[in-house]
Design a protein around this ligand. Structure first.
Ligand code: HEM
Length: 485
């Protein structure tokens, strides 16, 4: 009898304790992270943004994975919050990637954060592997110096005129070689082609297929490698960064040793970085030249690969858009009579430029940017707490039907009208905006011109799933059959 009483007693206690522990775990992050903010801000009457921080350590990462990996509808993460908490002020609180976070989804708050670099510092979760002297990781005056340099070197009219002239032969040759392969994974071929020509264009690197493979592996290693410390052994990001830097350093030393060589006199990105002086008139250190080349080559070839890969995918699924693209480019090709196209020609390609914008909108290859709040920041009565991660959900701007009609369809003609201010931010904004936005657009336009006038392609797996992590891409890497007309 006594045993039964003890048994029931334990069960009742267990049943009472379990929900209590569950409730405590569920509320723990809010108690731990939110309660101090509420205490701090009660004097100034700031409200906490709506939302929930979820379980200790995990936060809402499982919900995030549910939308990204299982449902494959990443923006429903935000839609679910809007349904649950209302529209709020354009941001929610959550806990993601190990930090209490504010997720921003409205155009006005995105703009506010991007343009308040005095209140939010840039924070990339893993990008420090690209080096502490890279424009990506620098802050303050040195960042401004290198950023202005890169914007000039990549995005201005003269640079773009040179880009169009110099990268065209490589793109033409790459497409010709693809037509001999017949069937292949487009992203693999694009990685090789873009790395080859960007290496040549930025630093006169002469890369044979073997070196391209090695360099590509090293770049993947930098991003995926173990990055706790600068340890040089296989598997660490640092080990791979050293490999890339070694190749770039050989070129730099060659130029220093022979100042009369064609490479030393060239005004490619390496040459121009070597000539850049700070405001005291001092040239950049070698490490600054090398690390900025490394990050530019890396971001350049990977983002152009992704963008062109998506264009192949979208156009294969949109015969109407492909036909209009073809007509416009055949017309130009007739006028050029076999000559290469120019910067001015690309500006005149109205429909092609609409395909460029629509590809960039739908691809969302840089779907989020990260900041950290330097202090408690007030926005319309709500607080963005000091030290919290701020995740600008840029992709939601582009997939929200309030900003773009029928947003999931690929419709270049929507670009007959400019989008509402602040609703199209694929390249970020403010002091940290992308240094290569026009470079990307012109590269894609060149690909589109030569692809449409010379080749046809089909998706081998038209129903392949879309992966959203770590970057959005068709899961099969855009497997295609490809042939000449
Ligand atoms: C579709 C292609 C591209 C997209 C969507 C894209 C997107 C972005 C975004 C959103 C940022 C801002 C990050 C932030 O605010 O934290 C950024 C920064 C940057 N991008 Fe791009 N990018 C693209 C292509 C390129 C290319 C081709 C280059 C160079 C060759 C480049 C160079 C940079 C650099 C250097 C920064 C850092 C700027 C800074 O920290 O001040 N990007 N990019």
């Amino acid at each position: 009898m006594e045993m039964w009483v003890t048994y029931y007693f334990c069960n009742v206690i267990g049943l009472m304790i379990f929900p209590l522990v569950w409730w405590l775990l569920w509320r723990w992050n809010d108690i731990w992270h939110v309660a101090p903010v509420i205490r701090r801000c009660s004097k100034v009457n700031y409200k906490m943004p709506p939302g929930k921080l979820g379980f200790p350590f995990f936060g809402e990462i499982l919900t995030f994975m549910w939308y990204f990996k299982i449902l494959r509808q990443p923006d429903d993460f935000i839609n679910a919050k809007r349904r649950k908490y209302g529209d709020g002020v354009g941001f929610y609180r959550t806990h993601l990637f190990g930090s209490p976070s504010i997720v921003v989804y409205s155009p006005s708050v995105c703009k506010f954060v991007l343009h308040s670099s005095d209140r939010f510092k840039q924070e990339w979760p893993t990008i420090e592997a690209l080096g502490s002297n890279s424009v990506i990781t620098l802050q303050g005056e040195r960042h401004t110096l290198l950023k202005n340099f890169l914007v000039n070197a990549l995005n201005h009219r003269d640079s773009l005129t040179r880009t169009v002239e110099q990268v065209q032969p490589s793109i033409v040759a790459a497409l010709e070689s693809w037509s001999k392969k017949g069937k292949f994974i487009a992203k693999d071929e694009l990685r090789k082609a873009t790395l080859e020509y960007i290496g040549k264009y930025f630093a006169h690197l002469e890369l044979d297929p073997h070196k391209i493979d090695a360099l590509d592996k090293a770049f993947v290693g930098i991003i995926q490698g173990f990055r706790a410390q600068p340890w040089n052994f296989p598997g660490t990001a640092y080990h791979y960064a050293i490999k890339v830097i070694k190749i770039l350093r050989e070129e730099l030393e060659k130029r220093k040793a022979d100042a009369d060589s064609a490479e030393a006199k060239s005004n490619d990105l390496m040459g121009r970085l070597m000539q850049t002086k700070d405001k005291e008139g001092k040239y950049l250190e070698d490490e600054e030249v090398l690390q900025n080349l490394l990050s530019s080559i890396h971001i350049g070839y990977t983002s152009i690969t992704d963008t062109v890969g998506w264009a192949l995918y979208f156009l294969a699924k949109s015969p109407g858009a492909y036909q209009k693209l073809l007509e416009e480019n055949l017309e130009l090709s007739k006028q050029k009579g076999g000559e290469h196209i120019t910067y001015a020609d690309i500006l005149k390609l109205k429909y092609t430029n609409k395909v460029v914008e629509e590809t960039i909108r739908k691809a969302n290859i840089s779907g989020f940017v990260f900041r950290k709040s330097i202090d408690d920041v007030e926005y319309e009565g709500y607080v963005i707490p000091k030290g919290w991660q701020v995740i600008l959900w840029l992709r939601y701007l582009h997939t929200n039907s309030e900003n773009f009609e029928d947003p999931l369809s690929f419709n270049p003609d929507r670009w007959d009208e400019r989008p509402r201010f602040g609703t199209f931010l694929p390249f970020g904004g403010g002091a940290r905006s992308c240094a290569g936005n026009m470079f990307t657009r012109f590269n894609l336009a060149i690909f589109l011109h030569y692809l449409s006038i010379g080749y046809k392609w089909e998706l081998l797996n038209p129903n392949t799933k879309i992966k959203y992590l770590p970057h959005p891409e068709p899961a099969d890497g855009v497997a295609i059959s490809f042939e000449k007309y």
